[in-house]
Ligand binder design. Structure first.
Ligand code: B3K
Ligand code: ZN
Length: 889
């Protein structure tokens, strides 16, 4: 159970931050590991914080208060003296010890039960291994501590365990010694010389296979790279190892940042609440982001592994060497590290496509958060459960905020800011303001107004109006920025935001024009600081086409009204790939809304069709970009701007548009299929990945509309493919289209991969996504499949998460059966794993935007969840916010 004690559930506020009354300088931990009963002995070197409010003041010195959760406390001693039970008290999550001298060695001994820990936070059993997840507040489930990120200590950790069951014993830092004990047990002592907050502590004990490699840093340090997984999987570690070496070299080259210890461990586990965790020198990873070979992982998996391995590695500087003062500052490490991993992936793969994917994901995941019940600034103001704030806002919008520094200051200016940030703050726990000051000071600029990005809630709106004066040849662009209505936005004033824009002639030529003092150019960057700004272009012969927000330079929502022809022109011809994608998205979204309003009947799609023709004729120039541009907004994307959401009409409209385009472009699309896939064996190289992505985008489209030759092609490919990208691509096209061969294909796939849990996740997901009412029943059946388990977060996300989040037709089935299914799962899962349950519960956030019947059924599920006895704070925070939110605010 993950109930966080019985503390009253009042939110913690950012403005209430106070430095701790005590510091902990050093920790010695001894863990006698056993799944049922692990003994943890902790010796803490504590020191009273002379600067804290409660220190030696008139009210008397503050007692030592430590955090703990679910610990069976066996003994407490101070400076070697046993303290009898009366001299310490445990209340809720607090251990209070009176009369501790200003410097002392405080010793506690507790017992915990990793095998009973289904929340996967703290020390838990994962398969046959024992391992930890401490961020944000899991360390307190292992021992008594000051579990807050501004308390940083050195850790020495002694692990003792049965040698046969747990031959591998790992913790942070360097291995000091290891040896044998009685009764078949052994021990290992690890020492981490870097001071760190408790959330970066980790240990792993298990019977694991290891693959080892080396990296020599720029300054000549030899680093051993050790990757661990179940023995059966060690041949699937190569890509992750390769990715790590690339990330290490990239960080040296781009930011001058080197690795700082002699060993770097990565351990893969199948039981993990999220993607991975950056524990100092002992990263623990969801196996999904480590294990790969061509037979079992797709191109997308390969890319995700490269990016997550890099992300966790980059945390060693942005997160570990410089950490967060308090959890409100989470974006300080997460937004920055996401920005760094995005830049890394851009350099490894296609910069254009990576940026488009990131913008697409921001719009799909973060914009709705901004418009929903849990809307919060990138630096939240308050929380009940911090685990609920590992959000797209903190991560992805946070990365956009960091990107804006880079856009405003330039790559060199950004680097100067980073250098100063590390120079000032290495080894410290700091704030977003410290980061902003480093950026400003290093560049001699003023970034006071920029702080509003950390305060504002919701997606800012940028309204664009244009005027062309034919007689004078002037083109004026009026820009007006505003913030959504929200209490926290009151009196905030305008944002400092960079906007990149340019002009095209109506036949698609880039126009080189001056703007204000800037010389003629096909693209201009302006910095908005006022609520309203007017830009004026002169000496134009004809009305131009405006390309706004190239590169998506700021996370705002554009409100403007370009014509279909302008959007088609931008989609076909703009010089900036992101602006092309944005225009395509606008145009197809507009068409789809019109179709939904008109009973599924499509309006004129001439402009979109012309742009598609042009794109397909030039597909070879950049196949990956072409594939990205061909992707239509999803049903969930379309639903986002509608209230009430007409689930079925959206589905019909989207199918109609796909059908229309597939028919119109049949010749060109088939040409792409005929050209086929890259020849030779599968390779993970950008060029081949690009061709596969275009091929599969087209295959899905053609199979969906029952083109017999495409169906035959998919069947053949499924049988013959030498890699998962092609095999699963063919399967997906057939299953989602409901083709009759899909059933036998699924069975064959299941037989082939029954013993590979990661591939079985794909098998669950593709079935959960079939846009058909019957999918509700199929998902219920699949929950009984031997490979499924609610205890495993990957399985829950693959089946239930995919169903609830990405299959509106089935999830919102009009009789409420889809809602009931997910509601039941949330309630059951809350007893097992509140973090995963809370994430899943967000599928009900938009209940009030649905028609009366669906809204009532979603609301009923929210109420049933809220009323469940013993509900976790995690889920409580989500469902109470959802019930309060009526969609209007
Ligand atoms: N920092 C971790 C996330 C921890 C989530 C805690 N609920 C992974 C990452 O962002 O790299
Ligand atoms: Zn991170």
């Amino acid at each position: 159970m993950a109930l966080k004690g019985d503390s009253p559930r009042t939110p913690i506020q950012r403005v209430d931050y106070r430095p701790p009354d005590w510091w902990i300088d050093a920790v010695e931990l001894t863990l006698a590991l056993d799944p049922a009963a692990t003994r943890v002995r902790a010796v803490l070197e504590v020191r009273r914080n002379a600067e804290a409010a409660g220190s030696a003041s008139a009210t008397g010195a503050a007692p030592l208060e430590l955090h703990g959760s679910g610990l069976m406390t066996r003994r407490v001693a101070v400076d070697g003296q046993e303290r009898p039970a009366g001299e310490w008290t445990v209340q809720g999550e607090t251990l209070r010890i009176a009369g501790v001298p200003d410097r002392a060695r405080v010793e506690t001994e507790v017992e915990i039960a990793p095998s009973a820990n289904t929340a996967l936070e703290g020390l838990y059993q994962a398969g046959a291994s024992l391992l930890t997840q401490c961020e944000a507040e899991g360390f307190r489930k292992i021992t008594w501590f000051l579990d807050r990120p501004d308390v940083m200590a050195t850790f020495r950790v002694r692990l003792e365990a049965d040698r046969a069951r747990y031959p591998v014993l790992l913790s942070n830092g360097n291995l000091l010694e290891h040896g044998e004990l009685d009764d078949g047990r052994h021990y290992a002592v690890w020492d981490d010389p870097f001071r760190k907050p408790a959330y970066l502590f980790a240990l792993v004990a298990g019977d694991l296979g290891c693959k080892e490699d080396r990296f020599t840093t720029a300054s000549g340090r030899e680093v051993a790279l050790k990757f661990y997984s179940e023995r059966a999987n060690i041949d699937r570690l190569d890509h992750a190892i390769d990715s790590l070496k690339k990330a290490m070299a990239w960080d040296e080259q781009r930011f001058g940042l080197e690795y700082d210890l002699d060993v770097y461990h990565v351990v893969a586990t199948h039981d993990f609440n999220m993607g991975a965790m950056e524990n100092k020198s002992l990263n623990i990873f969801n196996a999904k982001f480590v294990l790969a070979d061509p037979e079992t992982a797709t191109d997308a998996d390969y890319e995700a592994i490269e990016s997550v391995i890099a992300h966790e590695y980059f945390h060693n500087w942005t997160g570990n060497r410089v950490t967060c003062r308090d959890w409100f500052q989470l974006t300080l490490k997460e937004g920055l590290t996401v920005y760094r991993d995005q830049e890394f992936s851009s350099d490894m793969q296609s910069r254009a496509v990576k940026r488009i994917q990131d913008v697409r994901d921001l719009m799909a995941r973060q914009f709705p958060e901004d418009a929903g019940p849990m809307a919060h600034p990138v630096r939240p103001e308050r929380y009940l459960e911090i685990n609920n704030f590992y959000t797209a806002t903190v991560y992805e919008k946070g990365a956009e905020v960091v990107r804006m520094y880079a856009t405003l200051l330039g790559e060199d200016g950004f680097r100067r800011g980073m250098d100063l940030y590390f120079e000032r703050h290495d080894g410290q726990a700091v704030t977003c303001d410290d980061f902003r000051r480093a950026m400003a000071d290093a560049n001699g600029v003023e970034l006071g107004q920029f702080e509003r990005w950390y305060r504002q809630v919701g997606t800012p709106v940028l309204k664009v109006e244009t005027r062309f004066d034919e007689d004078r040849g002037t083109f004026e662009v009026d820009l007006e920025q505003s913030l959504p209505l929200h209490d926290d936005n009151q009196g905030l004033g305008p944002l400092h935001l960079p906007v990149e824009l340019g002009l095209l002639s109506r036949d698609g030529q880039a126009l080189s024009v001056p703007l204000a003092d800037a010389p003629a150019s096909t693209s201009h960057r302006v910095e908005l600081r006022e609520r309203r700004t007017c830009l004026r272009f002169e000496k134009l012969d004809a009305r131009p086409v405006l390309s706004m927000l190239r590169g998506f330079t700021a996370p705002v929502r554009l409100v403007d009204d370009p014509s279909d022809d302008d959007l088609g022109c931008l989609l076909a011809f703009d010089t900036d790939p992101v602006a092309r994608w944005l225009a395509g998205r606008r145009l197809s979204t507009r068409i789809l809304h019109a179709a939904v309003d008109n009973n599924g009947e499509l309006p004129n799609v001439r402009a979109l069709g012309a742009a598609w023709q042009h794109m397909l004729d030039h597909a070879d120039d950049d196949p990956a970009l072409c594939a990205a541009l061909l992707e239509l907004p999803s049903e969930v994307d379309i639903a986002r701007d509608r209230s009430p959401v007409d689930v079925d009409a959206i589905h019909r409209a989207r199918e109609a548009l796909r059908h229309n385009l597939s028919e119109r472009m049949a010749g060109r699309l088939d040409g792409i299929l005929q050209k086929g896939l890259p020849s030779g064996p599968w390779r993970f190289v950008a060029e081949d990945v690009a061709r596969r992505s275009l091929f599969h985008a087209v295959l899905r489209l053609r199979v969906a509309h029952a083109d017999p030759s495409a169906v035959a092609r998919a069947l053949r490919l499924f049988g013959r493919a030498d890699n998962m990208t092609d095999r699963f691509g063919a399967l997906t096209a057939m299953v989602l289209a409901g083709r009759s061969a899909a059933g036998p294909m699924l069975e064959q796939f299941e037989r082939r991969y029954a013993d590979n849990p990661l591939v079985m996740d794909k098998w669950f997901t593709v079935q959960a996504l079939v846009p058909d009412r019957g999918t509700v029943d199929r998902v219920r059946e699949l929950m009984k499949h031997p490979a499924f388990s609610l205890r495993n977060p990957n399985k829950t996300r693959a089946l239930i998460g995919a169903f609830g989040m990405h299959n509106p037709v089935a999830f919102h089935r009009s009789d409420g059966a889809g809602h009931a299914l997910v509601g039941e799962v949330v309630r059951e899962l809350d007893r097992i794993n509140p973090q995963v349950a809370a994430r899943l519960a967000t599928v009900f956030n938009r209940w009030s935007d649905h028609d009366g019947r669906r809204a009532a059924s979603m609301k009923a599920q929210l109420e049933a969840i809220r009323d469940q006895k013993g509900l976790s704070p995690d889920v409580e925070e989500i469902v109470t916010a959802a019930l309060r939110h009526d969609g209007q605010s």
